[in-house]
Each structure stands twice: as C-alpha cells, then as structure tokens.
Design a protein around this ligand. Structure first.
Ligand code: SAM
Length: 324
C-alpha cells in the first residue's frame, strides 16, 4: 500500500532477536542488555504478523537482528514464512559466523539470498571493530552461502573513523575477481552511542575518493532509486561497489520499507522513534483485522524522512535492537 507521501511500502525488515554473537562498536554498547525472552515475539506470533503484513501489501522480507542465526528456530521460521502466500522474496542480513552449518538448510527452507557484514579483512582490526569476531569464520560463511546458492552475495561494511577507513581499498578490491556487491555504509547515529557515531562518521564523498585514489574513477551503474546503495564498478571489475549515504545524502524519497522489531513494534522509519506496538494488542486478544488496521495506520503515517539534518536523533534503541 502507499503511505501518505505516495510511496509504495512493501518491504518488511524483521528483527528476529535482539541477541548477537558479536558486539560491533558501531552497533551497540559493549555492555548491552538483552530483553527478557518473554518480551520478544514468539514464533507463532511472528508468523501471524507476517501473514497479516502480506494482506497490507508487504511482499518482501529480510530477516535481521541482533544476529538472526542465533535464533534457535531460524530454519523453521524461514520455512513458515516461505509458505505464506504473497511472499515473493526472503533475504537475510547476517555476520555469517554460523552460516557454514546453516546455509544449506536455510536455502532448502526457502531463503533466497544473504547480505553479509564484513568490516575489515584484517584479523586484528576485524576483532577490534566487532569486539569478538574471527574473520576466518566469516570467510567460511561466505563460501557456504555461495555453495548453497544464496546469491548474489552482498557484503556490508560500516566505515568507522579510526577503525576501518583504511580497509576500504582491500574490501573494494574483492570486486575485481568476484561477482560480489560490496557496499560501504555511512555510520548512522542511534540511541545511547549516538555521540560516538556522529564523531566517527566517514562521509560517502570521502569513501569514494579513498577508492578512486587507488583504482581510478568508479564507473556508475544504473540505479533504481529504491536500493539504498548507489552502485558503481571498478574498471573491469566483476562485482559492484555501492555506497549507502543515509547521513550525507539521504534517499528517503525512494524508501519502500518498514521494520518489525523483535519485541513486536512496527518501526516506521529507521532513524525516528515512531513505532506502533503490535505485541501488546496481540497478547490482549486483538483480531487479525484489528492488527491489520494498526499496520495500515502505521504505513499511512510513515514519516517523510529522517531528521538528521535538523539534529533529530532517534534515542529509544540502538541499531542491534532495530535490525538495520
Ligand atoms: N547481525 C547481522 C549483521 O551483522 O549483519 C544483522 C544485524 S545488523 C544490525 C544489520 C546491518 O546494520 C549490518 O550491515 C550492520 O553493519 C549495520 N549497522 C549496524 N549498526 C549500524 C550503524 N550505526 N550505522 C549503519 N549501519 C549499521
């Protein structure tokens, strides 16, 4: 359905859990507290909401988190979503640490493709930015995703001043020989770590020039206006390089998405605190029609865009509690 600004909203990003097996510095505070499990959507509640969402017009979903692969019932959930009439695509954003075992079962259950976070190729810097991660496990996960056909593989790197701006060149180089889409993301400010994020943002203009200084001019590729990453190619490269400039060049006019948090809130804009609680009414006995009406109102009331330029910072949650 269209929101009140005429945008067709049909893409639902679902945070399956607020839990994660990493503690990335740009995503959450080191001492993050997770929500008690009973406060999160149970599997049947989640599937019910996705089924209702399809009747509102949502046809694409992305599973995210936290880390979706730490959810114990992930494969079953993917299978259940794949069986809902009206779902055209199921994708997942993951750190890939558990993909070696999960990629095949997920593909069989109906997962179409994955985006994998990889912020550095250097083992030490990867560990520093994720506070816990081992880069070798990500490589195993990427290989498993390719073997399982979860393609095209998209790789995400959030660029954080003082941590990994020097890693962009090595990450970009991956696209010369491999048909991967490497996406560089501007750091977005959210919640209790917003001050750090504002200080550490690296603008896309600087990201581009760091890459062009080494590889020469990036070649632009046609952009559909909905994909948040504006795509380019290194000359002769098999893959693509994208830049997600949410902070310095927002793309709210092409926004087609909403988010469902692990605690059952429909979040209308990633970078604003406006949310519609679906969990409480559902547990109080709301009918499908009543839940559909809440979702429909949420879509209609989707804000035009974020307010970073006016210094409006969403404070209620950090990224790991929303899903990115
Ligand atoms: N755990 C999964 C992962 O690592 O990809 C999924 C959840 S993570 C919150 C989803 C995406 O959000 C990742 O690509 C991550 O890099 C990105 N992200 C997290 N915090 C961010 C921030 N402050 N600004 C921009 N992107 C962020």
């Amino acid at each position: 359905m269209n929101d009140s600004h005429g945008r067709n909203i049909h893409y639902l990003r679902i945070s399956l859990t607020d839990r994660c097996n990493l503690r990335c510095v740009y995503c959450m505070p080191a001492d993050i507290k997770f929500a008690p499990l009973p406060h999160l959507l149970q599997d049947d509640e989640l599937i019910r909401l996705v089924r209702i969402a399809t009747t509102v017009g949502f046809d694409r979903v992305r599973l995210t988190g936290g880390e979706p692969t730490v959810h114990p019932n992930l494969v079953q959930i993917v299978g259940d979503i794949a069986n809902i009439p009206g779902i055209q695509e199921i994708a997942m954003t993951t750190n890939a640490l558990k993909l070696e075992k999960l990629a095949q079962p997920l593909a069989r259950a109906g997962l179409n493709r994955v985006n994998i976070s990889i912020d550095s190729l250097d083992a030490e810097r990867f560990h520093k930015i994720t506070r816990l991660g081992k880069i070798d496990e990500v490589w195993h996960g990427i290989a498993a995703a390719e073997r399982a056909g979860l393609t095209p593989i998209k790789l995400n790197a959030v660029i954080v001043r003082g941590y990994n701006e020097g890693d962009m060149v090595d990450l970009a180089r991956l696209t010369i020989d491999r048909a991967w889409d490497m996406r560089f993301i501007e750091l977005m400010p959210l919640g209790s770590i917003a001050d750090f994020q504002i200080d550490a943002v690296v603008p896309v203009a600087e990201m581009k020039s760091r890459i062009e200084n080494i590889f020469g001019k990036l070649e632009p590729i046609d952009w559909d206006g909905h994909n948040p990453a504006r795509p380019y190619r290194l000359r002769g490269g098999r893959g693509t390089i994208g830049f997600i400039s949410s902070v310095t060049e927002p793309f709210c006019a092409g926004c087609d998405r909403m988010r469902l948090s692990a605690d059952g809130r429909l979040r209308l804009c990633l970078l604003r605190d406006d949310e519609v609680d679906l969990l409480a009414p559902m547990r109080a006995g709301a009918s499908d029609d009543e839940l559909r009406a809440l979702m429909t109102r949420g879509v209609w009331n989707k804000p035009w865009g974020h307010g970073l330029a006016q210094h409006v910072i969403a404070e209620s949650r950090v990224m790991s509690q929303i899903g990115g």
